[in-house]
Design a protein around this ligand. Structure first.
Ligand code: IPM
Ligand code: MG
Length: 349
């Protein structure tokens, strides 16, 4: 491929620090694997908003469409109305670029990182496919008669056949490509939320196209339980947006914490966005304590997506080696300085 063009949005809180380390590793990978890249850094986030009242201007989306990938650090700041920047920037990118899959691998690299008794790397190795453009995230709804005794609040859970079908199909493709248990588990709450019957039926329809892949089902409440009790049951799981959001934080914990969990917001064949799943953690901002591994793993996912599979695998290997050898003893904030971890991974490439 030609020059890799990456848009970079460091964002808020620890976003800047973890992005800096992720970019260190991207740079090292480009040198080692001999590809050219260009970074286009955007200032969006709380500081930019407070200075300019601009969140994410429309014109940027046409620029983003010209890139190969987007890297995002973290968005969110306590000085600004809850969820406003997250909706404009993270939501804006997901919805306007139609990034319909949120791909979240959950892979334990070493037993000592796992809070579950008697579970090891062979038990915790799964991939979540979270639908990423619908559900309770559309902001259809609102608040009426606010702050009165008659206040009403409505949020709509919206599902389309197209939306669930493309996420489900992607999950089956991942199961086939992974070639592990060859199993896809549908996670929903169709027993209480009958609108989610659209997921049940679409899942059954798509499954017919994949006779080589087994299917399984769990309601979200039970799925949370099985994740703790028998994580080895999961291979690929697919779910509506909101449940995927929640269960992947649980997944992050059983693979060592938010310090390692990365994600890809994908529209296969088009510009896609990669980010750590953690937030902006304002209390750690500027302290050089945040663990940048999740961001580094997001760079690995980004490179895999744009066709630099060897570079992606090498980054993963470097992280794995640093963790298994104990050089990075845990993924908690402050275990080592942020910049030291980035340098360590970059050098070992
Ligand atoms: C995530 C985050 C976001 C989400 C927030 C910041 C809106 O939790 O990417 O998982 O809920 O999707
Ligand atoms: Mg989340």
């Amino acid at each position: 491929m030609g020059k890799l063009r990456v848009a970079v949005i460091p964002g808020d809180g620890i976003g800047e620090e973890v992005t800096r380390e992720a970019m260190k590793v991207l740079h090292a990978a480009a040198e080692k694997f001999g590809f050219d890249y260009e970074k286009i850094v955007y200032p969006f986030g709380a500081e930019h908003y407070l200075k300019t009242t601009e969140t994410m201007p429309e014109s940027v989306f046409s620029e983003l469409r010209q890139m190969n990938a987007i890297f995002l650090g973290a968005i969110g700041d306590p000085r600004i109305e809850t969820g406003m920047l997250e909706h404009a920037i993270i939501g804006g990118i997901r919805f306007k670029l139609d990034l319909y899959v949120n791909l979240r691998p959950v892979k334990l690299l070493h037993e000592r990182l796992c809070p579950l008794k008697d579970k090891g790397p062979k038990d915790v190795d799964m991939v979540f496919v979270r639908e990423n453009t619908e559900d309770a995230y559309t902001r259809i709804g609102g608040i009426f008669k606010q702050s009165t005794p008659d206040e009403v609040a409505i949020a709509t859970m919206l599902y389309t056949r197209k939306g669930c079908e493309r996420a489900i199909r992607y999950a089956f493709e991942v199961a086939r490509k992974r070639n592990k248990q060859k199993k896809v588990t549908l996670i929903d709450k169709a027993n209480a939320i009958r609108a989610q019957d659209i997921w049940t039926r679409t899942f059954a329809d798509v499954a017919k196209e994949y006779p080589d892949i087994r299917t399984d089902h769990a309601y979200i409440d039970a799925a949370c339980m099985w994740m703790i009790k028998n994580p080895e049951w999961f291979d690929v799981a697919v779910s509506p947006n909101i449940f995927g959001d929640i269960i992947t934080d649980l997944g992050a914990m059983i693979q060592g914490g938010l310090g390692i969990a990365a994600s890809g917001n994908l529209h296969p064949g088009q510009v896609s966005m990669f980010e750590p799943i953690h937030g902006s953690a304002p209390k750690y901002k500027g302290l050089n304590k945040a663990n940048p591994i999740a961001s580094i793993m997001a760079v690995s996912m980004l490179l895999d997506y744009v066709g630099q599979e060897n570079a992606a695998a090498a980054i993963e290997k470097s992280v794995e080696t640093a963790i298994v050898s104990g050089k990075i003893p845990s993924l908690n904030a402050g275990v080592l300085p942020t910049d030291e971890i980035g340098t360590m991974v970059a050098k070992s490439l």
